[in-house]
Design a binder for this molecule. Structure first.
Ligand code: SF4
Length: 168
């Protein structure tokens, strides 16, 4: 059974910067949760930030600089959260991740540009970037159908594997 790393806020945990969640209502996600496949975590909380917390955005990628709107440096917490999330994904054998779109930590395709004006750039958030760098496919909540196809195709392949080995 394939395991999936998931942004905790997508499963209803109130860990967003404003103390809210981003619960997704999808029957397959509910089933996967019941089957114990989902490994939920919030990288920003893992990295030591409180909830609620000031909103933060990535200011620079090289070198990494993440600050709150009023200029507080959150880079160490974002880095620590990304490292811990990646360690957990590896330890739990997660084949992929489902992460909140556009988050400065979890966004897989884009994130805010650091101006706190809602402008997006096509760079992943800090944790998503770490997972992608290590070869973990990352989907967001707008790509659930692609994620389902990805998991089904992996499981079909795994189911076929014993036959392949028997006739080898
Ligand atoms: Fe959700 Fe990720 Fe933000 Fe945590 S860091 S609240 S899991 S989007």
């Amino acid at each position: 059974m394939e395991k999936i790393l998931v942004s905790a806020c997508l499963l209803g945990a109130e860990v967003r910067y404003d103390g809210k969640h981003n619960l997704i209502d999808h029957p397959v996600i509910a089933r996967w949760k019941q089957e114990g496949r989902l490994v939920a975590l919030c990288p920003e909380v893992l990295g030591g930030l409180p909830t609620p917390r000031p909103p933060a955005e990535v200011q620079s990628r090289f070198p990494l600089l993440v600050t709150s709107r009023d200029g507080e440096d959150f880079t160490p917490q974002f880095l620590s959260g990304a490292e811990q999330a990646s360690d957990i994904a590896r330890a739990q054998g997660c084949c992929c991740a489902l992460m909140k779109a556009r988050s400065p930590s979890c966004g897989n395709r884009s994130s805010y540009d650091g101006s706190f004006t809602g402008r997006l750039i096509s760079s992943p958030g800090v944790t998503a970037n770490e997972l992608i760098r290590e070869g973990t496919p990352v989907f967001n909540e707008e790509e659930i159908e692609q994620l389902i196809s990805f998991i089904e195709s992996r499981e079909q392949h795994l189911d076929a594997e014993p036959d392949r080995l028997r006739y080898a």
